[in-house]
Structures are given as structure tokens and as C-alpha cells.
Ligand binder design. Sequence first.
Ligand code: A5P
Length: 234
Amino acid sequence: MDDLSEVKKALGYGAVDRFVRDGMRLGLGTGSTAVWAARRVGELLAGGRLRGIRAVATSLQTELEARSMGIPMATLNDKGLEEGVDLTIDGADEVDAQRLLIKGGGGAMLLEKIVAYASRRFLVIIDDSKLSSRLGERFPVPVEVVEAAVGPVIRALGRLGAAAELRMGARKAGPVVTDLGNLLIDARFRGPFDAIALESELRLIPGVLDTGLFTRKRPELLVGHPDGTLDYRE
Ligand code: A5P
């Protein structure tokens, strides 16, 4: 299995088949890997092999995909979800040996973090290219900001040693606007950083809503390899 999209599909399907059970409240992640988990849930529900699911989407992408498959959708504000969700299945951009994450390549990290942190179990599904010896070595840290704070936040990130730039749309003029109506700044740090301290520091900058650093909830991992095997790390 050398096609990366086949590995992603195996991860999404494998995660659902191993961990999703009747009656669960589920968080459905965002991106080209997590979308396969939503598709598998939809397929099992349609075939009557899974029942009683209520799902919370982490993005418009996932919401549309899940609704098109007939998955019953809810929000964390709904009756019956006062305790959050049982399990969230989501992807990531980088995962280090301590299971600290960079997410937000798809710009959905704020909602992803809200749902992940409201989950009893948080399962991250990644192909093995996402395993990182130093967080930030390949992906910038995404920072979601209100529009009025773009300039000040870019300058504050510069003072912290990052090359920061506003994320621009592809096939859309101007910047990417998130599902929550905000803008994104990608911050590329040249050297190693303390992700836990950096997450806290960035959130203190006025106008920053959240970042793609996930350091407060260590996920379970399902790692996919090019030969098709999946490796579960608790
Ligand atoms: C979305 O904002 C991200 O956090 C995704 O979960 C992450 O970028 C992984 O996406 P892929 O599975 O498409 O690589």
C-alpha cells in the first residue's frame, strides 16, 4: 500500500471499526484523514451495523460530509451532550514523542480543540510521516486571530523568533477566513521550542483566539504505515 490516500482511508476505517460502538457520542475530526472516519460511520449507520450515534463536527467540511451521509449531528450545547463526547477521532500535522501536536493545517484547530478537550477519549490518526522528532520542524504553528489583531500578532510572533505570515486562500482572493470567521497566521519557528510554554504564551497575546499547539490532552495514537499496517499507541 504505497498510496498515501489508501493509508488515510485505512486509518479512518480502522479507527471506527476498532473503537466506535452503538450509542456513542462522537467527535468527528477534520482533514483528509479524519474524513474517512466520518465516511465509515455513515456507511455503518446506513447498513444498520451501527446504531444510536450522535456526532459533533469540528468544521464545516466535516459537518457537510457527515450530514450528507445521514449521520445525526449535534453540538456541545445540545441536551444529552452535557458530559461532552465519548470519543473524538481526528488527524494532526505533527506529533512528537510526548504526543504533543501541531494541528490546523486545514484551519479548523479552534473547533477541533474545543471538541477534543470535551472528549473522554481523544484518538489521533496519522500516517507515520507525521511523527516528528522536533515539533515545528516541518509545519508552522497556526494561530487564529481576530482581524484587528493581524499586524500586532505578526509583530509579537516576530519578537518570539518566528517568521509569521497571514494564510492566504487558494482559488480565493485574499486571506483564508476560518469557519468561525477569523483569520490565520502561520508561525514558523527556526529552532526548537517548549510547546507547552509557547501555547500559553501565544494565548496571552491580545487578539489570539487559539493556536494549533495541542499540549493539554495527550491523545491515543493510531499510526498508519505504507505497508498498510496500523499501530495503536495508548
Ligand atoms: C485541520 O485543521 C487539521 O488540524 C487536520 O486535522 C490536520 O491538518 C490533518 O489533516 P490531514 O489528515 O489532511 O493531513
